[in-house]
Design a protein around this ligand. Structure first.
Ligand SMILES: *Cc1c(COP(=O)(O)O)cnc(C)c1O
Length: 382
């Protein structure tokens, strides 16, 4: 039977042309021609203060933890329903994570729980724009100002999506994107740090390039470059940047098709949710949708398992995520008081993601929705 995978990375010949060009430029290490072109693209299009390509969003988050001088004893507030990296980058620096719950009808974090988790040791709030749909950033930035905290946006899924007209990643002090092949635009593995608070720019240049002042050396500000700070090798090869640049040229086309697919799913499921116990996505007035991810939430884990199996038999690969971080094996072994976060747990048990990629055809979408409808008809007949 014709297989519908969960994801199929977008590729065109443009990327190959740029990769070949990068190859011939004889500068294939980091911070080359295409790296700068990508960074300028984002700085121009979204008015981000300063962008640094990284080898992953995980790396960009690690740069944030270093820039914010996170150390043992510092507390960081973030949602539990997110990818491991959101927490790991800060845990590696010794931070204690205070996980908060998702909203009852939306996987994004519940802003109303932030304030009660703030203590004298809290340093950062990390927000995650789930499915590229914005958190209520005005509320979050106000809390941060009131308590003198930093805000990092994990906008891994949030490319070209907006909050009240502002691009995601460009609102907090720092922001992070992912260009992993599962994201809307990608270069296999890749990411980007966005520095919105200018006071971090000079240090970010150093942390990015192994703790050296190489950037100042190239601007002729110092006559030799040397070890001046902490850091790591966060730069991707210019070959990856060339691939990413090719994708950027296709950004509008990719986004349009993804949003179109998302809307088709939404139509089908609006109907189905009238007859069956299916919770469908909601998009708040202040947020846009970039078609990153289409999810539904089922009534219980048993139904989810049966639906996944059913779809698998029809050669449709639907998947689920995330296992709540607060109940993960690692976190449980590190802390004594594990919070109770029922909404996050429910999503871990009952959420399912449907195939969503550029090449997915209208017929395939129809087949997926038809199969799911069929499943629920059979379920209701017992
Ligand atoms: C994909 C993702 C990451 C990790 O991105 P990498 O580029 O693979 O490091 C982090 N946070 C969220 C919310 C993600 O979706």
């Amino acid at each position: 039977m014709h297989l519908i995978p969960f994801n199929k990375p977008f590729h065109s010949d443009i990327e190959l042309g740029y990769i070949q060009d990068a190859f011939h430029r004889n500068h294939v290490s980091g911070n080359g021609f295409y790296t700068r072109k990508c960074q300028h693209f984002f700085e121009e299009k979204y008015r981000f203060k300063r962008c640094f390509l990284t080898t992953s969003c995980t790396d960009a988050l690690e740069m944030c933890a270093l820039l914010l001088n996170i150390e043992k004893g510092d507390e960081v507030i973030m949602p539990s329903f997110t990818f491991v990296s959101t927490a790991l980058a800060f845990v590696r620096q010794g931070a204690t994570i205070k996980f908060i719950d998702s909203q009852s009808n939306f996987p994004g974090l519940d802003e109303s729980q932030i304030e009660r988790n703030i203590t004298s040791r809290t340093k950062v709030i990390v927000v995650v724009h789930y499915a590229g749909i914005a958190c209520d950033m005005d509320v979050i930035m106000d809390i941060a100002t009131k308590y003198n905290l930093f805000v990092v946006e994990d906008a891994a899924q949030g490319i070209d999506s907006f909050y009240k007209g502002k691009p995601l990643g460009g609102i907090g002090h720092l922001g992070c994107f992912s260009f992993h092949e599962t994201k809307n635009i990608h270069c296999g593995e890749g990411g980007m740090l966005i520095v919105n608070d200018e006071s971090f720019i000079v240090r970010a240049e150093k942390i990015w390039e192994k703790g050296t002042n190489r950037a100042e050396y190239f601007r002729n500000m110092v006559n030799k470059y040397e070890w001046v700070d902490t850091g790591s090798s966060f730069l991707p090869s210019d070959i990856l940047a060339a691939m990413l640049f090719g994708q950027l040229e296709k950004l509008n086309v990719i986004q349009q098709r993804r949003v179109d697919i998302w809307n088709q799913y939404y139509q089908y499921f609006s109907q189905m949710s009238k007859r069956f116990a299916i919770q469908i996505p909601i998009i708040p007035d202040y947020a846009t949708n970039n078609g990153h991810l289409f999810w539904i939430v089922l009534e219980n884990p048993g139904i989810r398992e049966r639906l996944c199996d059913y779809l698998h038999q029809q050669s449709i690969l639907a998947v689920f995520h995330y296992q709540s971080l607060h109940s993960s094996m690692y976190y449980s072994s590190q802390v004594t008081n594990i919070p109770v976060l029922p909404c996050s747990e429910k999503l871990s048990d009952c959420l399912i993601r449907l195939p969503l990629y550029y090449d997915l055809t209208d017929q395939e979408i129809e087949k997926i929705c038809f199969s799911i409808n069929q499943f629920f008809m059979e379920e209701s007949l017992g």
